[in-house]
Design a protein. Sequence first.
Length: 315
Amino acid sequence: MSGPVGVLAMSYGTAAGPEDVERYYTDIRGGRPPSPEALAELLARYEAIGNRFPLTEITLAQARGLEEELARAEPGGFRVYVGMKHSPPFIRDAVARMRADGILRAVGLVLAPHYSRLSVGTYVERVRAALAESPGGPQFTFVESWYGHPPFVEFLASRVAEALARLPEEARGRSVVVFTAHSLPARILDEGDPYPRQLEETAALVSARLGLAHVRTAWQSAGRTPEPWLGPDLGEVIEEAAAQGYRGVVVCPCGFVADHLEVLYDLDIEAAGVARAAGLAFVRTESPNAHPAFVRALAGVVLAHLGRIPAEARP
Ligand code: FEC
């Protein structure tokens, strides 16, 4: 008997409150403290969203939902752990807990649907580093990407349909749907990284399900560093849509699965402001958070990864 399979659900992590933002930002920057100006600018963005830091709570709720769904599929078969990249519970602590609990076999699942070496790859590196710290940890395999998992595509399609219905009627017939993910340094293009292609595929899969004709992809939340980041930026795409005569825009941030700064500020405040200035109606799809259909989709991702959903029964 090898005991339950450990599932390590991983997310970015957020600060515990305004007083924790400097620590958090320093961690994101690999241990280099930010300049006072950069810190003040980040604090101002959190303040603009009401000093809310919901990501940790949402990740924990997603993990609880995932554990319940997996228990329904296979009672006693799984134990779900949470590890975050930049905040407690850190990935290395979660791996240590799995080791202490005697977990022998584990699946690493990053709560971001698309693979890049600079996104999902950095979570995997942290797990491997934690395993290397001491012997006897679980044997891990990793879900590299899950954007194409049919129940997830179905879930996104339902969110886009619902968002389109929220556009004012006069804008709906002349609107464009923009699928976004977090920008990354453009040097990933030289490495043949699959990230840009996976965003395009997500847009194509959802559009095909809904029969959408006016669709774009764009990058959001590019870092404030001197090197070039992937484009086009969402703001440019919104302005271009206005110039082309569109009346409304629906933004589906399909690279994220929770409400957090990059959604609540970069979209609901910044991108909405660009749309307003350009004369476009703006709506954003609701985040998956811990919606039951979304956590069911995540459970399906884990079961399919382990080959526990027979091919003919896959959605
Ligand atoms: O609500 C919150 O507090 C957390 C919001 C948050 C999420 C998130 C997701 C991703 N990031 C990714 C890549 C980078 C790269 C850099 C970078 C910098 C920041 C900063 C903040 C921040 N990120 Fe983030 N990210 C979130 C928050 N991110 C704050 C620092 C200030 C700024 O630039 O805005 C550049 C690092 C550097 O400076 O060296 C690269 C990627 C994701 C999506 C995948 C995932 O969720 O892991 C990729 C949520």
